[in-house]
Design a protein around this ligand. Structure first.
Ligand code: UT7
Length: 326
């Protein structure tokens, strides 16, 4: 059985945080943040606002461009690094809040690669003919695990969510995927409140995100270039056939370096970093949604999605955009 993606929605908290916010308590500046990351603003959840709330908001946004039932969703996948709690899963809370009966529910932990992993799993469930309509959400409240004393990381992260529906279909709109991981980079980007050792090194277990920015930056550029080429090859296609690249939005300079290396026009690379910061698992659907909303991405456009992040892990997939929400 083939599958297509039939709708998309996004959500962010109302509280907007401009770069100047950080100038009050850190040695940083709006200029440094814009020049080194591209970020102009991001949104932070309120104290009583959690990842599951943003998931529900993204599904409500999705329902505005989906004129069919949501009640027959038979599987819910939430990709997140920042679940409300470890158990129960965010997916099960979303199922309950949306009153979706009899759905399988799981959270997946693949950091900024999580949304693409979710689509790959949904495609597999539908291909196996065990499920027909899968809700895939990438959602984060990273502000809750940000170390606000670390100027190199705290200026990066934002909160948000993006949701899609993957459905069984007569014609195929989701093509080949690839996944890869290099666990030896684990300690370069981690969030822990338990393990004291990672890759045989003692780490800080304080439930805050820690990142070796320079190492991750270099890994990201070289991995993205290599994996995008591999993904094109497993799809027996080339970059000329791709209308839009949607890589995880971690830093505008990563996207610029990748497009330069691949000789791909930067205006056909969708990003969400400038207006939302790095929203990890939510960054790809947010960029995709806004690309459609602002009239750039049109129905039948070929997209290449590629996520990468803590693990270090990477996942990419080629698909056809079927959605029009203007
Ligand atoms: O989403 C998961 C994957 N994550 C990523 O892909 C993130 C990848 N890494 C990055 O985006 C970048 O490495 C950062 C944005 C984290 C840092 O940018 P950078 O250009 O790599 O800066 P740097 O770490 O090389 O630091 C350059 C200088 C340093 O000062 P010195 O040592 O040259 O005097 C830093 O202390 O910039 C300083 N610096 C800052 N200055 C002002 C670091 N953060 C700040 C800041 N404001 N916020």
């Amino acid at each position: 059985m083939s599958s297509i993606i039939t709708s998309i929605g996004i959500c962010h908290p109302a509280k907007e945080i401009k770069n100047s916010y950080f100038e009050d308590f850190l040695d940083t500046s709006d200029q440094w943040i814009r020049e080194r990351t591209g970020i102009e603003r991001r949104f932070f959840a309120l104290e009583n606002e959690f990842t599951s709330d943003l998931c529900v908001g993204a599904v409500q946004s999705l329902s505005e461009n989906y004129n069919k039932e949501l009640g027959d969703i038979d599987f819910v996948i939430v990709a997140t690094t920042t679940p409300d709690q470890t158990v129960p899963s965010v997916a099960s809370q979303v199922q309950n809040k949306l009153n979706i009966k009899q759905a399988g529910c799981i959270d997946i932990s693949a950091a900024c690669g999580g949304f693409v992993y979710g689509i790959i799993l949904a495609k597999g469930l539908i291909a196996a003919k065990t499920h027909r309509k899968v809700l895939v959400i990438g959602a984060e409240t990273l502000s809750k695990v940000t170390d606000f004393s670390d100027r190199s990381s705290c200026i990066l992260f934002g909160d948000g969510a993006g949701a899609v529906i993957v459905e069984a279909s007569e014609h195929n709109g989701i093509f080949n995927a690839l996944t890869d991981t290099d666990g030896s980079y684990g300690k370069e980007l981690y969030l822990s409140n338990r393990a004291l050792y990672l890759n045989d090194e003692k780490i800080v277990a304080d439930n805050k995100l820690h990142q070796n920015g320079r190492v991750v930056f270099k890994w990201a550029v070289s991995t993205l270039v290599k994996k995008i080429r591999e993904l094109l090859s497993v799809n027996n296609t080339d970059l000329q056939d791709i209308d839009f690249l949607i890589p995880h939005s971690a830093n505008i300079r990563i996207l610029e370096a990748v497009c330069k290396e691949l000789d791909f026009p930067i205006d056909r690379c969708m990003e969400s970093i400038r207006q939302y910061g790095n929203t990890s698992a939510a960054s790809i659907p947010i960029a995709w949604y806004n690309g459609i909303k602002n009239g750039k991405i049109k129905p039948k456009d070929n997209l290449l999605l590629i996520g990468f992040g803590g693990g270090m892990t990477c996942a990419g997939i080629c698909l056809r955009n079927e959605i029009d929400i203007r």
